[in-house]
Design a protein around this ligand. Sequence first.
Ligand SMILES: Nc1nc2c(ncn2[C@@H]2O[C@H](COP(=O)(O)OP(=O)(O)O)[C@@H](O)[C@H]2O)c(=O)[nH]1
Ligand SMILES: [Mg+2]
Length: 370
Amino acid sequence: MSTLNSSKRQKQRKVLLMGKSGAGKSSMRSIVFSNYVAKDVRRLGATIDVEHSNIKFMGNLMLNLWDCGGQDGFMENYLHHQREHVFGSVAVLIFVFDIESREFQADVINYANIVSALEECSPGAKIFCLIHKMDLVQTKLRQPLFEERAEYIRAASESFRDSVDFFPTSIWDQTLYKAWTQIIYFLIPNASTIETLLQQLAEVIDARELILYERTTCLMVTHVTRGIEAQNPFTDRFERISSILKTHKQSIAKHTGIPAGSANFAEMQIKTGRFMFFITRLTENTNLAASIPPSEQGFNAARINILLARQKFAELDIATKARPGIQEVFTRSAEADGTMGNETVTGSGLQAGKGKGAEYGAGLSGTMTA
Ligand SMILES: Nc1nc2c(ncn2[C@@H]2O[C@H](COP(=O)(O)OP(=O)(O)O)[C@@H](O)[C@H]2O)c(=O)[nH]1
Ligand SMILES: [Mg+2]
């Protein structure tokens, strides 16, 4: 990983979200960070100029996200009058290309202008290009079209040519989570420490796989895969679980009246003759998904060992003071209208949390035989 990741103190990271108007920037931001679901984002208004949000992730990473309105006038302004202000101290640029755009050439010229400004003001930044709205392309054409576009954009990436990463995305499936997982992983300051600890825990409980999820965004922080599990053919399982967890949270919120940001399930278990799988709370900011061999004793021992490991993981979540796992401060945003604001907690089967909504048992626990 980059040298950015080695510095524990450098916790504030400026992230620019750019791309032309209507490309899908605000939609994806709202789904990943604000608990919207895909069908809700259609009512977001156009972004005027820049929307700043400060997003706390895992307690030790503060994303300073700039969602930059893509109208031509604003682009001129960013590139000229506000060049240093916008492009200085950038850790990551996320550039969103609309696959349906009828002016791809013009989009690439715009991108190239932005790349030049970044090269000048933040040469050490990392660029992620998202080729977005892939759901609008026929399934069999997706990969070739994606590759063709990516190559073309790479050629316009100047000194970032070898380091720029490309992802095909859509708000309608898990590809959105796959891309954002990589972006977040790049930004997390202590990913390798977390991985070492997770590896040790996996060995102690003989897990086939452990996956660490950030609680509010449901994005994967990292995972450890051991033994035969490395051949698991479902390579998109990590982001699929993210997507399922997020949708589940949303449906808990809908059926109980808890704000989506506070709706969290306490536990989920699947036991079959071939494996046991559970997702449980690990720290204030994380959930742990574990896949272990099918043994009731092994399962019970794993539970106790996870309980014992909690403290160690909590120490990595630096700011573990009383606060929700994620906080957003929108200065000018669609969320400010309160449509997703706090609502009173109603419904049965809820345990009131300490000042942060409530926790809801998913009720999925049970035994299945495979
Ligand atoms: N089909 C499809 N539409 C999308 C996707 N992402 C966003 N949109 C739609 O694109 C429009 C513009 O999105 P918005 O987030 O406001 O774009 P922004 O101007 O870049 O912030 C909205 O109507 C969204 O519903 C996607 O992945 N697939
Ligand atoms: Mg917008």
